[in-house]
Design a protein around this ligand. Sequence first.
Ligand code: 6PG
Length: 241
Amino acid sequence: MVEPDIRCHADVSELVDAAARVIAERIAHWIRERGSCRFALAGGGTPRPIYERLAQADLAGAIDWARVQVFWGDERCVGPDDEASNYRMAYTALLAHVPVTEANVHRIEGERGPAAAARRYAETLGDQPLDLVLLGMGGDGHTASLFPDSPDLATAERVIPTHSPVAPVDRVSISLRVINGAREVYLLVSGADKAERLAEVLQQIESGEPTLPAARVQPRSGFLYWLTDAAAMQHLTPLNL
Ligand code: 6PG
């Protein structure tokens, strides 16, 4: 099991600033190392203020955005202008404000329907590993659009259509195979409403019996970071970690 590097920040605003700084630094790192950075964005609400902070000049200015290939970890099967679209959230919070090359923005075309969109995105993603993957965690322990107790968790496919217990139901997600093949993975978890589940997930990792999707994020590279805040970590102390 990969021993996660858990960083607990005092509150959400400290988490937002620290996460945006780390992401900016790691994108620049991979551009230096590899000439480009294959960066997969997370959906949901937690990353939005982090994207907005990353778009600010002091951070965005240090990134050669023309060398960033932008992907998504998952998408809801809606159009790019839909309120529920992860693409739309990231576009309005970040991509519209930085000089990213349009051809390098690889959106999951959820409007095609789950199966067709997944097939198409597997082609778009290709076989190269992602350099940097951002993920969130839901209250049920899901991550990307990989939900608990789903056979999807063991798939050998790279991109799969999935079924969310909450609307929008139809989703497309990169698989654990792709997530765990990435060079580095950041899980963003904030707020008291995630505390119980986060404690359960970290205990599963500690005990070496991960069943929840978020606990099965185990990048083979070993570079796994949990970026959290004190509210989310309230059930955990250094002793029981
Ligand atoms: C999505 C996300 C999903 C998200 C979690 C946490 O499309 O909904 O990719 O995995 O990260 O549901 O969402 P919040 O950050 O809104 O709590």
